[in-house]
Design a protein around this ligand. Structure first.
Ligand code: ATP
Length: 357
């Protein structure tokens, strides 16, 4: 549906986007994820036609979009600031963009009703734009874009103004809506959980470049680089020696833990000297009293944080420069382990990953 070919964007001497390449499929929920200033919005605006690449090309449905203005593209954009007209009611707000299509009153009303139903605001048509809650404004903004029946919906941080509970509810609803109507969604977000929970695939961006494009599970479990792992949060980075790469595998010695091996999982590690080994906190487990396990690593609990269903422990292991974080369910009493106590932990032998540093 969308092809981004060697796209660069310069603002004066500043290079905001650097040789971007990506293909987004029809009906795909695709997210652009990255920290503030990495170029997500700039790329989204170029897909929508609000800005042009300095070089390279964007194709939609196989057609080059060079020189094609936003209103003639098969795209529509939901902006971060919903920009709802306060003096128009909800139905009028949604119908606003339809006027220029001159569809006739009956068709216009049909489309507005359909869009209101899609965002579950069927009863709210007559309500004035300045009498809406944050969540309702967000839905109206969405309906206003959907009513144009775009092939691609572009969403620039559409949920960022909502409080946590409403945001989580809207994430589920937005994903559900996308599956229902089946069009391509391109979402810009700096919230990793939002991207992980909603997307078919994610492009992780830093400094105007794409570091990795993959499905959420792959991004989370097998980040391409340390930077990607860092941004997604939670990864334990391990102190290692004798790190070597051999064919599709790697091996290393982890002080306080032992000799480990792992699969490269399709990655190329160009500079093993700068590579780093990681393990996700949930792949480490406490070995309870009376229980046996192999391998076993011993450590001291340095900190404990309770999160309701799970507890996160920071464990100090001799020889490791950083605490290892372990996330355990509270079923067996992880929430009662005293800070300062000695614990035994084990790990899945296939859980180590290597990343280019
Ligand atoms: P945020 O999440 O904060 O919106 P972003 O990843 O969407 O960040 P962009 O808005 O795409 O980032 O901006 C990328 C870089 O380009 C930033 O450094 C920004 O300052 C710069 N930039 C964006 N638009 C312009 C412009 N019109 N002129 C000059 N620099 C710009």
């Amino acid at each position: 549906m969308i092809e981004i070919r060697n796209v660069d964007k310069n603002f004066g001497t500043f290079r905001a986007l650097d040789t971007l390449n990506a293909t987004i499929g029809e009906g795909e929920f695709f997210s652009l994820l990255g920290p503030s200033g990495c170029g997500k919005t700039t790329l989204l605006r170029m897909i929508g036609g609000f800005d042009d690449p300095s070089s390279g090309e964007i194709l939609i449905g196989g057609r080059s979009m060079a020189g094609i203005p936003p209103n003639l593209r098969p795209t529509n954009m939901v902006f971060q600031s919903y920009a709802i007209f306060p003096h128009l009611n909800v139905a009028e707000n949604i119908a606003y963009g339809l006027k220029r299509l001159r569809l006739g009153r009956a068709e216009e009303e049909k489309r507005v009703k359909e869009a209101l139903d899609q965002v579950e605001l069927s009863e709210l048509g007559p309500r004035m734009g300045n009498q809406l809650s944050g969540g309702q404004r967000q839905r109206v903004a969405l309906a206003r874009a959907l009513v144009m029946r775009p092939k691609v919906l572009l969403l620039d941080e559409p949920l960022s103004a909502l409080d946590k509970n409403l945001r989580e509810q809207m994430q589920v609803e937005l994903r559900h809506l996308q599956r229902q109507i089946g069009i391509t969604f391109v979402l810009v977000t700096h919230d990793q959980y939002e991207a992980l929970s909603m997307s078919d695939r994610i492009a992780v961006m830093f400094g105007g470049q794409i570091a990795q494009i993959a499905e959420p599970k792959e991004i989370y479990q097998n980040p391409a680089t340390r930077q990607v792992a860092d941004f997604l949060g939670g990864m334990n980075f391990l102190t290692s020696s004798h790190l070597s790469v051999n064919g599709k595998n790697f091996a290393a010695t982890l002080p306080g833990i032992g000799d480990i091996t792992g699969h490269l999982a399709g990655k190329t590690i160009s500079d093993p000297a700068k590579a780093i080994i990681g393990i996700r906190p949930e792949r480490l487990r406490i070995v309870w009293e009376g229980e046996t396990a192999d391998p076993i690593v011993t450590g001291k609990v340095a900190d404990r944080n309770y999160f309701g269903e799970v507890t996160s422990l920071a464990v100090n292991i001799e020889g490791q420069n950083q605490h290892l974080s372990i996330v355990e369910t509270n079923d067996f009493g992880a929430d009662d382990i005293p800070v300062g106590s000695d614990i035994r932990i084990t790990y899945d032998r296939d859980a180590f990953i290597v990343m280019q540093g």
